[in-house]
Design a binder for this molecule. Structure first.
Ligand code: FES
Ligand code: FES
Length: 80
């Protein structure tokens, strides 16, 4: 069991979210459906992070998994 996230990509994933819908951001970096969880975290001790959209808009979900403002990109990928 590892708790080390993998870098899915060193850039955010833009996603047009829908108000009221719930999303599960992949924290482990192993999902094939980035930036969201596909259950692949089973091989780790990590869990997805739940996010409920309040409005319809495009959000930038962190792909590097090193953000300090999860589930969103905060520019930390530029230091990797
Ligand atoms: Fe990464 Fe679920 S697959 S948190
Ligand atoms: Fe992770 Fe930008 S993609 S901080």
């Amino acid at each position: 069991m590892t708790d080390t996230p993998k870098i899915a990509q060193k850039a955010p994933y833009p996603v047009a979210v829908t108000a009221g819908r719930t999303y599960f951001w992949c924290t482990c970096g192993r999902s094939a459906k980035q930036p969201f969880c596909d259950g692949s975290h089973k091989e780790t001790s990590l869990e997805p992070m739940k996010y409920q959209a309040e409005t319809d808009k495009t959000l930038y979900f962190c792909g590097c998994k090193a953000t300090t403002k999860p589930p969103f990109c905060d520019g930390s990928h530029n230091k990797l």
